[in-house]
Ligand binder design. Sequence first.
Ligand SMILES: *[C@@H]1O[C@H](CO)[C@@H](O)[C@H](O)[C@H]1NC(C)=O
Ligand SMILES: *[C@@H]1O[C@H](CO)[C@@H](O)[C@H](O)[C@H]1NC(C)=O
Length: 128
Amino acid sequence: MKRSSSSVFVALFSALLVVFAYATTSTAPAPKPAGKGYDCEAAKKSLKPCMEYLTGGIVAVPPKECCAGVEKVKSSASTKNERHAACKCLKEAVNHIPNFNETRATSLPTLCHLRIGFNISKTVDCSK
Ligand SMILES: *[C@@H]1O[C@H](CO)[C@@H](O)[C@H](O)[C@H]1NC(C)=O
Ligand SMILES: *[C@@H]1O[C@H](CO)[C@@H](O)[C@H](O)[C@H]1NC(C)=O
């Protein structure tokens, strides 16, 4: 008697587990596909060490922390859509920087020996 009641319990319990597992997986939000939604905040943060250079400070060449940031932006924007998103994000960001030097910004990737596929600029056409 004891054996059969415990096996009924086990059967019931596993049935409940299955129901529970089904319920949790079906109501959980689908995981976001990788690459959806460009992380603009991360891109802006990466370029923080470039600010003094970009605003015409006495640093005449971008510091290596800045180039490391440009490299991060480059690797975060490997597809066309990501490049467009990164371009728009940084265009918007630099429009809020007082004393932003366009000449320095557009030459920044070159000075870091990197090609990011778009200009960091207030007036760049991001659809290109
Ligand atoms: C921008 O930077 C360049 C190169 O350092 C400099 O020659 C130019 O005078 C700067 N432009 C402005 C508006 O400060
Ligand atoms: C990027 O900047 C360079 C130099 O100012 C300019 O010749 C080029 O047309 C710009 N590219 C875009 C996509 O705006």
